[in-house]
Design a protein around this ligand. Structure first.
Ligand code: ZN
Length: 121
């Protein structure tokens, strides 16, 4: 059997139940969110598969996962660039902290990379 994804609203486990002779429901075990459907022409087995497929379909979540994967690649490339290419031998601290300067921007990028790494752990 295909596993149910967690509730899209609260992240807790969900369960599937038959609610009548021709109806089924998938409901979160913790909050009120759920979906239900009845069949007249199709079997309960078909309904069960259809409900599970509907419950587990998360287009927004999939797009976000793709976006995160892309941004992680960008972050990796930025980190490499910062640590291998853009290391100044000696920089003037006053110049380094200027946001408009290249090194100011590199520092902003380094801080963003460090923050992103902390978020992942
Ligand atoms: Zn929930």
């Amino acid at each position: 059997m295909i596993e149910l994804k967690p509730c899209p609203l609260c992240g807790n486990n969900a369960e599937i139940k038959q609610t009548s002779k021709n109806g089924m429901r998938i409901k979160c075990k913790e909050c009120v969110f759920g979906i239900s459907q009845k069949v007249t022409r199709y079997s309960l087995e078909w309904l069960k598969d259809t409900l599970i497929m509907d419950w587990n379909t998360r287009p927004t979540e999939e797009k976000l996962k793709d976006r995160i994967a892309l941004l992680e690649k960008v972050l990796e490339a930025a980190e490499y660039t910062c640590s291998h290419v853009l290391i100044p031998k000696e920089t003037d601290p006053a110049y380094e902290n200027t946001q408009g300067s290249l090194w100011g921007r590199v520092n902003i990028l380094r801080q963003a990379i460090a923050a992103a790494k902390e978020d992942k752990t």
